[in-house]
Design a protein around this ligand. Structure first.
Ligand code: HPA
Ligand code: ZN
Length: 340
């Protein structure tokens, strides 16, 4: 039966809505870029890198993830990293992506903001032109840095406002509540930029409420700790606020001990609009289809559950209603063919 699920998942049209492009940097490309750019890595081999990916929590991952991003220097480097991710996504039947980038990780080490955006966008635009993949690009603020630094980053992005489709909030959650960034998100909103935020990954349900009320986000990234707050659960259900859940990430960062312990099934059964995504696939052992496969095997999601996750990925996207309807019809047609 697992093989039947793998084949079903492989061809199932889907969107990916929670993906940090820096988290798609595979060790092989990291080594190549380190050699090209004269960056010393604290690892001798690709195997050593993978062995170092044994995380105890979010921070233990972030330390290694920010160090890895240090090999990215030129717009071409950012282009190649993005191109490699998009190739993998398309191979997983992903039709639409909404991806994050962390400009401060790069500008703080002297890489110009425009170098980062141009490299990422050129790969996204090529995939759209040549393969019909559609995309949105979301600028994330690093919450462990100050609100002033986030505002400076936003001000730097605004002269070329059309290069980005929205703003987000990531990095070390606990101790850095959404309220810290209320002003920055108000400014982004005034510029017509929609918002998302990581909340309720390691942080408490109160951070999810703050993201909704103070940052006025359209989606919650992760949000798995909403389960601890029944009133919040009722609100997420009633307002159909999407959660972009990342099952393999949650296991690798020890939010849940095992995939069998993940609460995705309960969140879905409670009527929440849940989606499945890969977060940082080069670090967490799998791209989006591996995450669908994990919930099929670990949580007993069958083909109808998996199809509903794919439908949710389009419903939760920032595509217009016509595009959503086309993708939803594609999912339905795929399921029909599979049944027939
Ligand atoms: N959480 C917070 N920050 C991040 C993550 C995550 O899962 N991935 C990359 N930056
Ligand atoms: Zn994330």
């Amino acid at each position: 039966m697992p093989d039947a699920h793998a084949a079903f998942i492989a061809g199932l049209p889907k969107a990916e809505l929670h993906l940090h492009i820096e988290g798609s940097l595979e060790p092989e490309l990291m080594f190549m870029l380190a050699a090209k750019n004269g960056v010393r890595l604290p690892y001798a081999t690709v195997e050593d890198v993978r062995a170092a990916y044994d995380f105890s929590d979010l921070q233990s991952f972030l330390d290694i993830y920010y160090a890895g991003a240090g090999v990215l220097h030129t717009a071409h480097d950012f282009h190649e990293m993005t191109r490699a991710y998009l190739e993998r996504a398309i191979a997983d039947s992903v039709r639409h992506v909404e991806i994050f980038f962390d400009p401060q990780t790069h500008t703080d080490r002297g890489i110009p903001y425009q170098t980062v955006v141009r490299g990422i966008r050129s790969a996204l635009e090529a995939a759209e032109r040549e393969q019909g993949l559609t995309f949105r690009l979301i600028l994330c603020f690093l919450r462990h840095l100050s609100a002033e630094a986030a505002m400076e980053t936003l001000e730097e992005a605004l002269p070329l406002r059309e290069q980005i489709d929205g703003v987000g909030l990531d990095s070390s959650e606990v101790g850095h509540p959404p309220s810290k960034f209320a002003e920055v998100f108000a400014r982004a909103r005034a510029e017509g930029l929609p918002a998302v935020a990581h909340a309720g990954e390691e942080g408490p349900p109160a951070y999810i409420r703050e993201a909704l009320d103070l940052l006025q986000v359209r989606r919650i990234d992760h949000g798995v700790r909403s389960e601890e707050d029944p009133e919040l659960m009722a609100r997420l259900r009633k307002e159909q606020i999407p959660l972009t859940v990342c099952p393999l990430s949650n296991v690798r960062l020890r939010v849940f001990d095992r995939i069998e312990d993940h609460n995705l099934r309960r969140l879905k059964d409670a009527g929440l609009l849940v989606t499945v995504n890969s977060d940082d696939p080069a670090y967490f052992g799998g791209y989006v289809n591996a995450n669908y496969q994990a919930v099929a095997e670990g949580l007993g999601f069958g083909t109808e559950d998996l199809a509903e996750l794919a439908r949710n990925s389009f419903r939760a996207s920032w595509l217009d209603d016509d595009a959503k309807a086309r993708h939803l019809a594609d999912v339905d047609a795929y399921v029909e063919r599979w049944r027939g």
